[in-house]
Design a protein around this ligand. Structure first.
Ligand code: XMP
Length: 518
């Protein structure tokens, strides 16, 4: 039986929290793909064979809008239970002859629900509980056969259900943490109502992934671009466990990595027993091509193009290759499937491995395609990777190149590395790299400032500290770091990093700023 059997299908109606539903269900150990609401039954069964239930996400539309997303014809016609969340509940109501009212009473934020009939959904949960609402339309009259399971002051039909047919709807969002018993409600639905299988665990994922890679790759040779980040490390180790020395991992050191990072990647490869980890120090080539360049996009393009050149050259040196491994993860797959949500605009060019022979592009090995980031981390931990890799914060492909504002020289990079090492070291010691900040780093500005040290005037470099909190990196807030910690970092940087006399803390949110400066 496939690992994906017996799961829950989630149909995406465009809510900001649709991915969270899938993550919550998977946290229960149940496979849950997030699929566009336009999928056919065959496609749904292909994605999740023998699925045991369907969850309809919320969404920004009104069921009365012309062209509003609809229920697929198969959704309510099988013997599987269905849970509609917000817009999903309104779709069920409309489809079965109930009435949905227009957006007269908007409700947003916390609300108290009173459970009237615990039934299967609220089984074992408190009668009064806090939930998170975010909706315009609401149910005016439930379909025949549906009972009111819970209400709030504003929403007489906060939860409705026809338990005999296994159909349920909730106006609030059980997938967000602000809904007190949301996870328990989903557990009740997934196991109590649907009887889903709980075998989506790191151990099973590893076993299934290893067999799938073996089957796909056969005796072929697999090329992996190794960056030392969690995705390429976990993908690499899965492939290594599957096909051993058929894995050829190329690590390009572009000279713009953080303190100790290049050595750490090589040490990791050694620890994992990767026989074919090829480390290329291309620092000089990168810095030569970047000399005198200060314009951010030009810097990014040069770094991207140089990376592609070096990588391709190394790949050519390795001779015939059959497969290209990529650390694509599930959110990338969802985004590129274009499930109807407006795509995020590209503000900066992000570089991936480019310039590879076309025949490799079509022969991809993507062992993390089905996994959310937290699942990649869980698998990484189970594979024995160190916390420093599993919990590594995202680091941009162009590395310190986009944090060394202005011209990139070895001296400036060294100075930045030293300051960054102090900042991240202090955050790590305070336990703030894993929780508390989503990304934290130092930057070097292309301006100097006047200062005084001892009795002497200085005219030295300026370091900016940036630490943000975010879950999706599309929006971000600056981290409210403790002032004493900032004071210690500032004092250590000016004392320990020669040539720096001023330290700033960036208190810009995204938007309007971005996380990186370039
Ligand atoms: P911005 O600066 O656009 O960054 O707010 C959002 C997230 O993307 C990371 N970032 C990159 N990642 N290649 C990457 O792999 C890149 O070229 C790149 N540029 C920015 C950034 O660090 C943050 O996490």
């Amino acid at each position: 039986m496939s690992l994906k059997s017996g799961g829950i299908v989630i149909l995406d109606y465009g809510s900001q929290t649709a991915q969270l539903i899938a993550r919550r269900v998977r946290e229960l150990g149940v496979y849950a793909p997030l699929l566009p609401y336009t999928v056919t039954l065959d496609q749904a069964q292909d994605a999740a064979p023998d699925f045991r239930g369907v969850i309809l996400s919320g969404g920004p539309s009104s069921v009365y809008d012309p062209g509003a997303p609809r229920l697929p014809d198969w959704a309510l016609s099988g013997d599987w239970p269905v849970l509609g969340i917000c817009y999903g509940m309104q779709l069920i109501t409309q489809a079965l002859g109930g009435a949905v009212a227009g957006a007269l009473h908007r409700e947003y934020g916390m609300a108290s629900v009173q459970v009237r009939e615990p039934g299967a959904l609220f089984e074992g949960l408190d009668a009064g509980q806090t939930v998170w609402m975010s909706h315009g339309d609401r149910i005016e009259r439930p379909p025949d056969g549906f009972r009111v399971l819970a209400h709030t002051d504003n929403a007489p039909y906060a939860a409705i259900g026809d338990p005999d047919r296994g159909l349920f709807g909730v106006q609030f969002h059980p997938e967000v943490v602000h809904t007190e018993h949301g996870a328990a409600m989903l557990r009740n639905f997934v196991f109590g109502v649907c009887g889903a299988a709980a075998d989506w665990t790191p151990d099973h994922l590893i076993d299934a992934s290893i067999s799938a890679i073996r089957e796909q790759v056969g005796s072929g040779r697999v090329l992996l671009g190794m960056s030392g980040g969690v995705d390429s490390s976990v993908a690499g180790e899965l492939i290594h466990r599957a096909v051993g020395d058929q894995l050829l991992a190329v690590f390009v050191n572009h000279g713009m990595l953080r303190a100790g990072e290049a050595d750490a990647v090589i040490a990791l490869g050694r620890q994992l027993g990767w026989q074919n980890l090829i480390a290329v120090d291309a620092t000089e080539e990168f810095l030569d091509r970047l000399a005198g360049i200060t314009e951010p996009e030009t810097k990014r393009q040069i770094i991207g193009a140089t990376f592609a050149d070096v990588f391709e050259r190394e790949a050519a040196r390795l001779g015939a290759l059959d497969w290209l491994a990529q650390g694509t993860i599930y959110p990338d797959v969802i985004e590129s499937a274009g499930t109807g949500r407006p795509g995020a605009k590209r503000i900066k060019s992000h570089h991936n491995v480019g310039g590879l022979p076309d025949h490799l592009r079509t022969r991809l090995v993507e062992p993390l395609r089905d996994l959310f980031k937290d699942e990649v981390r869980a698998v990484g931990t189970r594979l024995g990777l160190a916390d420093s890799i599993v919990w590594r914060q995202p680091f941009p492909g162009p590395g310190l190149g986009v944090r060394c504002v202005g011209e990139i020289t070895w001296e400036r990079l060294e100075l930045l590395r030293a300051a960054d090492h102090i900042f991240t070291g202090e955050l790590r010691a305070a336990g703030l790299l894993r929780v508390g900040t989503a990304q934290a780093f130092a930057m070097l500005l292309p301006v100097r400032s006047v200062g005084v040290m001892g009795d002497n005037r200085t005219y030295d470099e300026v370091i900016v500290l940036r630490a943000v909190t975010t879950t999706d990196f599309m929006t971000a807030d600056w981290a409210r770091l403790d002032h004493d910690l900032l004071a210690r970092v500032s004092s250590r940087i000016v004392n320990e990093v020669k040539g720096v006399n001023r330290v700033l803390y960036d208190i810009s949110t995204k938007p309007p700023a971005t996380i990186e400066w370039e």
